[in-house]
Ligand binder design. Sequence first.
Ligand SMILES: [Zn+2]
Length: 275
Amino acid sequence: MPRHLHFWGVRGSMPVGGAETARYGGHTPCITVDGGGRSHIVLDAGTGIHQFQKTLPDPGPAGWDFHILFTHFHLDHIIGLPFFKPLFDARNRFTFYGYPYGGMPVNEVIHGILAPPWFPVALADVPATQTFVALTGEPLSIAGIDIQPDQLEHPQGVAAFRLTGPDRSVVLATDYERGVSIHLDARLDRLASGVDVLIHDAQYTPEEYVAEHKGWGHSTWEMAVEAATSAGAKELILMSHDPDRSDGGVDSIVEAARQSGFPIRAAFEGLSLDI
Ligand SMILES: [Zn+2]
């Protein structure tokens, strides 16, 4: 039986609202994979996690197991977490996974954001059970999904994940700037080698990737196509849309990227894949 991977937030940098972005959506990154039974795998806790929460039925006395993996701790990837209601239910269990950055392990980061004056409740007072796991590059197996993490290029670093379900494999490489390090590009190519679906950052057009945007940790759609081709991925999904990009602007990027002949679509809120 395949598992369902679902996109709840696909916007980069900051959440946006309004009619111009209604089709692809304005929530910041959150992707889930149903773990079967009581488990949910959550990749990043941007504002999209709020949409995910709305779909959760009452778990009953046994509660849910949430496995939350962070690509990195920039605000757009963590801002939804304090508002995720299952944290405030003692029946639920949370395991947080992340690479330490700048000597700060994942537990310190989470303690840092769930704390006054940024949020009225401190993590120590959150009723759900919490466990913290430092990623090291070792493979994980969570609820029947094999997960291989690796580290790539972004300000303060970023993790990419390869998830292998019963049917298909997916690599998530958001907030990655290709072309900065040949070594790290090759590392992503290895992680995504032959993958069924590569989800890759494509925040900029080539015209926008001028000096001002170099080193900001995001790629162009051309770089995403190069990554997918180089890795031998079967399909490419563009993600981390610029907050100033209208739906029409994303359409134009997809149209331009498809000139490559590669199977490409853009991530949108509500997109589901079987893996
Ligand atoms: Zn970032």
